[in-house]
Design a protein around this ligand. Structure first.
Ligand code: ADP
Ligand code: MG
Length: 337
């Protein structure tokens, strides 16, 4: 069985991919922006591009809590980075580097090899260099920390929504939750689009960056559209003096063809309360509707306007007959169930 240092050297320390010189105006030739020193020392050194702010985020995935125990290792590798890149997307930040803290029950080399394959498939396609991490023994758990860059002062925050903003969502939420239902009844068809969405969510990095200067507020949907929208509205409410709410139109929810066979209420439940899709939910002032369409086209990501921000502090979903409907399960909250 391979030791900790062998595994790091063999699967994670990839010198050729760490140092990606980027031409930065104002820096002397030979001075790289980004990774100055990667894996192998006591800490990595990272030089942010002048004129940018670092967006930094971390997320842990625990086996049996955040992914089913029998999830293939490559998919765990992909997803552990994807959920973190999704947080950068929601800030409008461009990924630059990441750290990986891996707790493994055993030094199972084929598992680590497959995990690294999935991890780097996503890291490489996003130019995100692995610059350090940690490895220890224990129940399977993966913590990834990401560093992204955003031009100074332009990051998307949760707190910028205003009354009358359009509430928008990317892609077709609810598909990953359907994938989880299918997985739980034994479906292991890795061609099934719902299973693919569950195992390999695509973080909306390009869209997030295109929304800078367009969206007033943004959040990524990890726990369900309604619950995450509620977080955004709460963050945007000013000291209780202005308590925001939203009115959503059920008929405007972007419904994937994967959900076509379901009854309306079952589909709404998945679209509004299903987690794990890592789409973006954001608000846009009505005057920027055409800029929104341009951003969506630039990112090649479908975006739907699903409602409006209100100032009455309540969250309502309305059917085409004007009747109110709410999902039974609002969102996933740890410790609550
Ligand atoms: P220290 O004991 O100083 O914390 P470690 O022995 O944990 O150092 O790690 C040695 C080097 O390998 C460090 O540069 C660390 O960032 C890197 N490293 C450790 N684990 C991982 C991992 N899973 N992925 C990438 N780099 C790692
Ligand atoms: Mg260490």
């Amino acid at each position: 069985m391979a030791g900790e240092f062998d595994l790091i050297a063999k699967y994670f320390h990839r010198v050729s991919r760490q140092a990606r010189p980027a031409a930065v105006p104002g820096l002397a030739p030979g001075v790289m922006s980004g990774v100055v020193l990667g894996i192998g020392d006591d800490a990595a050194l990272f030089a942010p591009t002048p004129g940018t702010e670092l967006a930094i985020s971390t997320d842990t995935l625990v086996a049996g809590v955040h992914f089913p125990l029998d999830t293939p290792a490559a998919d765990i590798g992909w997803k552990s980075l994807a959920v973190n890149l999704s947080d950068l997307a929601a800030m409008g930040a461009t990924p630059r580097a990441c750290l990986l803290a891996l707790t493994l029950p055993t030094g199972d080399e084929p598992w680590v090899a497959a995990f690294a394959n999935g991890f780097f498939a996503l890291a490489d396609s996003n130019n995100c260099a692995l610059i350090g991490g940690d490895m220890s023994r224990g129940p399977l758990s993966i913590t990834v920390t990401v560093l992204g860059e955003v031009p100074t002062g332009t990051a998307l925050r949760r707190s910028g929504a205003r009354p009358d903003d359009l509430v928008c969502v990317s892609g077709t939420p609810g598909v990953a939750a359907l994938g989880l239902q299918r997985w739980q009844i034994g479906n292991r068809d890795v061609q099934d689009p719902a299973i693919v969405q569950l195992l390999r969510p695509a973080p909306r990095i390009t869209l997030g960056c295109a929304l800078r200067g367009v969206a007033n507020a943004a959040i990524d949907i990890s726990d369900g559209l309604i619950g995450d929208l509620a977080h955004l509205l709460r963050a945007s409410s000013v000291d209780g003096s202005m308590v925001l709410g939203a009115e959503l139109q059920l008929a405007s929810l972007p419904r994937s063809s994967t959900l076509a066979a379901l009854a309306d209420e079952a589909a709404w439940e998945l679209m509004l309360a299903g987690g794990d899709d890592y789409e973006l939910c954001f608000t846009v002032p009505p005057a920027k509707l055409s800029a929104l369409h341009a951003a969506a086209a630039q990112a090649s990501v479908p975006v739907a306007v699903i409602g409006r921000v209100t100032n009455d502090g309540s969250l309502r979903c309305l059917g085409s007959d004007g009747r109110e409907w709410m999902p039974a399960r609002k969102s996933w909250e740890h410790f609550v169930r």
